[in-house]
Design a binder for this molecule. Sequence first.
Ligand SMILES: NC(=O)C1=CN([C@@H]2O[C@H](COP(=O)(O)OP(=O)(O)OC[C@H]3O[C@@H](n4cnc5c(N)ncnc54)[C@H](OP(=O)(O)O)[C@@H]3O)[C@@H](O)[C@H]2O)C=CC1
Ligand SMILES: CC1=C(/C=C/C(C)=C/C=C/C(C)=C/C=O)C(C)(C)CCC1
Length: 354
Amino acid sequence: MRFYFINWIVSNCCQSLKTSRYCYAPTHISMNHQEANTDARARGSLFQTRVQTAVRTPTEQKFIAGGVCRTNVQLTGKVAVVTGSNTGIGKETARELARKGARIYMACRDTQKGESAASEIRADTKNSQVLVRKLDLSDTKSIRAFAEGFLAEEKQLHILINNAGVFMCPYSKTADGFETHLGVNHLGHFLLTHLLLERLKESAPARVVNVSSVVHHVGKISFHDLQSEKNYSPFFAYSRSKLANVLFTHELAKRLQGTGVTTYAVHPGIVHTEVTRYSFLMHLLWKLFYPFFKSAWEGAQTNLYCALAEGLEPLSGKYFRDCKRAWMSPKGRNNKTAERLWDVSCELLGIQWK
Ligand SMILES: NC(=O)C1=CN([C@@H]2O[C@H](COP(=O)(O)OP(=O)(O)OC[C@H]3O[C@@H](n4cnc5c(N)ncnc54)[C@H](OP(=O)(O)O)[C@@H]3O)[C@@H](O)[C@H]2O)C=CC1
Ligand SMILES: CC1=C(/C=C/C(C)=C/C=C/C(C)=C/C=O)C(C)(C)CCC1
């Protein structure tokens, strides 16, 4: 943690002086960070990423960054959908998939924000096949419209990254009356995957990556109050939705055996993104401690690893962090809970998914 506070003060001063995002890049420090700079091209446009990299010693860098997806796989002719890709981890995931030549569908609830991220990615990667489509996971009509449009437009789908998420928002309900964390983070992606599954199977080998979180360990699926109507805590509602992501991955993998479609759950790390937008306390911690958190690009690495790494098929249904398999809560691989959650999700969404 040498020089951390000095560097922290310097970086914050630079920020408050509204220094150009390009000018604070102390090369003498960054140069030591060989690992971190491997893909400086991809991350160089992000001022905060540079600060994060600059204030870390190489040992801290290695510990915090937690792994880089190093596959040489090329994706020309492949198609990927990334939800919530106008910002944060989703945007960096889309950027790297685009860099590898895939046609990317950025599924965003705000298409204006999506277009501005897409033009940045197109310019950066020289890949013109980066497309924005409207997807609001808090409304099943929007999910169905997105899927209908996609299926009409594309005959193949190789990678689906279920990334979008809300974190610790005040109690609210989606257009269909689901508690927002459950509705957006779990049920929205459950329905989307259901609607796109035939295309994934037709395009096999194909992969579904579900972005969960380490907090799935403290999540609890209370079937008697799934919508948190009796008792609401933003943190536990979020944790529950992230446990649901892991259970969904576990059950989906079982049901997809032999189809050539595999699925993985991911904890991206503690990543400095807009995720804390609803929580004042978390936002404050973000501001104070962000050099210790991953950048969005670093946070995207495990998504990319699960989408691209060769030979991962036997690990379908498992949970990953820092570009390797990680310990999943036993609650996340409980067959009974996974099956029941699957049935309840189908019932809530009015779908039949055998
Ligand atoms: N950052 C972290 O430390 C961690 C993040 N995660 C998970 O990583 C994923 C990505 O989060 P991160 O990049 O950090 O967060 P951000 O808040 O930066 O990005 C979240 C993305 O999800 C989109 N989104 C939110 N609600 C909806 C919706 N109803 N329909 C469609 N898109 C929606 C947002 O769109 P818009 O910009 O329009 O709101 C945004 O594009 C999430 O699933 C999160 O739970 C897990 C562990 C830790
Ligand atoms: C790591 C760490 C901290 C912050 C943790 C935070 C802010 C975690 C956020 C997690 C999220 C957003 C999870 C999403 O799934 C503290 C408390 C500053 C203390 C020092 C160690």
